[in-house]
Write a protein that binds this ligand. Structure first.
Ligand code: ZN
Ligand code: ZN
Length: 146
């Protein structure tokens, strides 16, 4: 035998060879690795357990999410910049006037979109137009037909 047995990854105790030879596990009877029954290669090559597996998992998920988010944001920004430079998109307006007739739920925005809310934008704490980014100036026309 040339390769040395590495200690148990769970409890750090020495590994032991089973009676049936060439198979190994932890020498500590109360350890989960006690019944591992691995070959020398498997025993020595198993992944080192992380001292903090849950945090590692959350960290990995956060990283993946951040990568995805960064990529998405980059696309949005690049796309926006491209459209802006090509003249397709208007630069952000200072204000966007939203109008509706009293009693209706559909607002017509100055940037040629529609938005559906029962309240006024102010009542819903909407300060900026979700389409053009302009400061919303809401005109609730009274006396409109239902
Ligand atoms: Zn062990
Ligand atoms: Zn707008």
């Amino acid at each position: 035998m040339t390769e040395a047995l590495r200690p148990c990854p769970f409890c750090g105790e020495a590994a032991k060879e089973y009676l049936w030879k060439y198979h190994y596990g932890c020498s500590n009877e109360s350890c989960g690795g006690y019944a591992a029954n691995l070959t020398l290669d498997q025993w020595n090559r198993r992944a080192e357990p992380s001292p903090n597996p849950v945090q590692d998992k959350i960290g990995a998920e956060m990283e993946a999410w951040e990568r995805g988010y960064a990529a998405a944001m980059q696309n949005v920004l690049i796309d926006g910049a491209r459209r802006m430079m090509s003249g397709e998109a208007e630069p952000v307006q200072a204000t966007c006037t939203w109008t509706r007739d009293e009693g209706f739920v559909v607002w017509a925005t100055a940037c040629a979109n529609t938005f559906c809310i029962g309240d006024t934008p102010a009542e819903d704490d909407m300060r900026f137009c979700c389409y053009c980014g302009g400061l919303v100036e809401a005109i609730n026309r009274t006396g409109g037909q239902r």
